[in-house]
Ligand binder design. Structure first.
Ligand code: PEP
Length: 255
């Protein structure tokens, strides 16, 4: 059975105290999750050791990071390597988020290098893909997302691919309040699964966890997660409030 995940991407939000408080609030309301369901929290780098300490002994909640550098180490002032993340008990790293692609000019080649760094260092990858509005309006979103996936992760072996989760995040839905309909999400997730199945074994497509991201909230999570190819969500804005985030986790718990 493939994994289901609800992952929190805090982005550049929350002080250390606010982050600690949010994690405590999440713990208080966390529903019991079956074995194949997980929560991931990806705070800013500065929070990671604090959040790691809070997560000690908590089975259902896993630690993530929002990025890593594409080189192993060296003179890259202000950057953080995959090895550093691993040494701080990080398990997942988000790579290729549309905000990194747009504001930090990360292209598919750089993203592929980051994926390699993450995997070499024993991290699992949450690989983000998704089209801008003009591509959706032109109806060419399937080809656009397929190219991101081909150039970002299709150099991996099937064994390496087991350590990758894909997050489909249409850019026009991120932080806009405009969610993809469940039909739009299902269509794209089914497409992604078929692309993975065609490149690797059929089983690799079946086993791939594919998350939806883009204005996911408690009011739409249950409908999205009920889609057969949607295995949970990557959550931005709604992950900053415990009640909202827990509402989405509940939707996964009952999906
Ligand atoms: C995201 O940035 O990964 C995201 C899904 O953001 P939001 O939930 O705020 O749309």
């Amino acid at each position: 059975m493939r994994k289901q995940i609800v992952a929190a991407n805090w982005k550049m939000n929350l002080t250390l105290d606010e982050g600690a408080e949010l994690v405590n609030e999440i713990f208080k309301g966390l529903p019991v999750l079956s074995e194949e369901k997980q929560v991931v929290i990806a705070p800013p780098y500065l929070h990671i050791t604090q959040t790691a300490a809070q997560l000690t002994g908590i089975i259902d909640v896993h630690l993530g990071a929002q990025n890593c550098h594409h080189e192993a180490s060296g003179a890259y002032t202000g950057e953080v390597s995959a090895a550093m993340l691993k040494s701080a008990e990080v398990e997942y790293v988000i790579i290729g988020h549309s905000e990194r692609r747009e504001y930090f000019k990360e292209d598919n080649a750089m993203i592929a290098k980051k994926v390699n760094q993450a995997l070499i260092n024993g991290l699992k990858v949450i690989f983000c893909c998704g089209e801008p509005l003009e591509i959706r309006d032109a109806g060419t979103q399937n080809a656009y997302v397929e190219k991101q996936i081909r150039e970002g992760i299709f150099h991996l072996s099937e064994i390496q691919l087991n350590e990758v989760v894909i997050a489909y995040e249409p850019i026009w839905a991120i932080g806009t309040g405009r969610t993809a309909t469940s039909a739009q999400a299902q269509d794209m997730h089914a497409h992604i699964r078929s692309v993975v199945a065609a490149k690797y074994e059929h089983e690799a497509g079946d086993n791939m966890t594919i998350l939806y991201g883009g204005s996911c909230k408690p009011s739409n999570a249950a409908e999205l997660f009920a889609c057969p190819d949607v295995d949970g969500g990557l959550i931005g804005g709604a992950s900053l409030k415990a009640t909202e985030f827990l509402g989405i986790v509940e939707a996964m718990a009952f999906a």
